[in-house]
Design a protein around this ligand. Structure first.
Ligand code: ZN
Length: 374
């Protein structure tokens, strides 16, 4: 195997800076995307490996000692950064914008949360439902796996701030010399530079893509409810952790059934004769058929309660009820024979004349009152 120093074309006494410069020059020159020579890729790998070893003070030391000295690199305290050592006392007391101690900022940041809206039918709410939601979002770049660098290349320490991400200056003030620092403009505070940014993501570590997110929407959700799905939001810059996804539910209006908490409400129209004589009927509920007994003499605005045929409770504990408000329908289109029968019926029984009663809100609100109290 070629000597790492030879591969990089530097002296054994080269400074970390010279090694880095040599690596950056060769990496640009040999990168497989720009160099089509048959041996370019091999050389590129060798250069990168040599840089890996020689840029790490510990690894470089053990490499210099030769293969017999098999002790690990230890320490790692290398790269004397220049700053930090001569901290002015005023920096300590007055912060000086938290100067050089803060260190470089991370490229990777947490991704943004995302909010999606999803509409469901009332029938889906009873037992819960499933959706595969298509989302335009940021996903991890598979080429660089979030490193932002072309595969096989690395970020290198910034020449200007020497990896601190900060440029420090000593400013004279009434209190003496105060150190201030600001983010390094060259590396934008990261402390490192990416010499060969990933081509796929333009060095962002993430790309925009359409992603399918399978979502189980639990039973019992209602309009306005937000479901939190941890770590299903955008991937952050430089492959940072995913934000959260919030799902805001809207339950579509249903023409027949409405909802009061976990109860389902509907109205059953009953013909006058059925109300008088009673009948059995089958009602098509959202979750299948329901047998309803209309007892003889049933009155308008009576409420029948079918236990446990409402919505499954969101936090467990069974289902609400199905509540059926009765509305007796007065026949209007009678033929001659029916009219005669009605007259016979009327004369066969002494009904009281229409009489005054207490004012009541319309049937609708009366029904609602009963629904609530049933
Ligand atoms: Zn990439």
């Amino acid at each position: 195997m070629a000597d790492h120093y030879d591969v990089l074309g530097v002296e054994r006494t080269a400074t970390p800076d010279e090694i880095k410069k040599a690596y950056r020059r060769l990496a640009r020159e040999l990168h497989p995307d720009v160099n089509s020579a048959p041996d370019a890729e091999e050389r590129f790998k060798a250069v990168t490996h040599a840089y890996d070893v020689l840029s790490d003070p510990g690894q470089r030391q053990s490499y210099d000692r030769g293969p017999q000295a098999g002790f690990g690199g230890g320490g790692g305290g290398g790269g004397a950064q220049g700053f930090g050592g001569f901290g002015d006392i005023f920096e300590t007391f007055f912060g000086g914008q938290q100067g050089g101690q803060r260190g470089p900022r991370s490229r990777a940041e947490r991704g943004q949360d995302a909010l999606l809206r999803v509409e469901v039918d009332l029938s889906e709410v009873i037992f819960g439902t499933h959706r595969d939601l298509e989302v335009d979002t940021a996903i991890l770049c598979e080429t660089c796996e979030g490193s932002c660098a072309q595969p096989g290349t690395h970020e290198v320490t910034c020449d200007i701030c020497h990896g601190s991400g900060q440029i420090s200056r000593t400013v004279r003030s009434l209190l003496g010399n105060v150190m201030t620092s600001s983010p390094c403009g060259t590396c934008r505070g990261y402390g490192t530079i990416i010499p060969a940014p990933c081509v796929t993501c333009q060095g962002q570590g993430r790309i925009r893509a359409r992603r399918t997110i399978p979502v189980d929407i639990p039973a019992g959700v209602d309009t306005g409810l937000r479901l939190q799905m941890p770590s299903q939001g955008e991937v952050g810059p430089a492959g940072g952790p995913q934000g959260d996804l919030y799902l805001e539910v809207k339950v579509r209006h249903h023409d027949i059934f409405s909802r009061n908490g976990d109860d389902l409400l509907c109205t059953l129209e009953v013909q006058m004769w059925d109300a008088v004589l009673g009948t059995m009927t089958t009602l098509k509920a959202l979750d299948g058929d329901v047998e309803v007994e209309v007892k003889p003499g049933i009155q308008s605005s009576e409420v029948l309660t079918i236990k446990s045929r409402g919505v499954t409770k969101l936090r467990g504990g069974g289902r609400g009820d199905l509540k059926i408000g009765i509305q007796v329908v007065t026949p209007t289109k009678l033929d001659h024979k029916q009219k005669e029968l009605m007259k016979q019926l009327a004369s066969a029984h002494k009904y009281p004349a229409p009489s005054l009663g207490q004012f009541q809100q319309g049937l609708f609100s009366k029904l609602r009152d009963r629904f609530m109290n049933a």
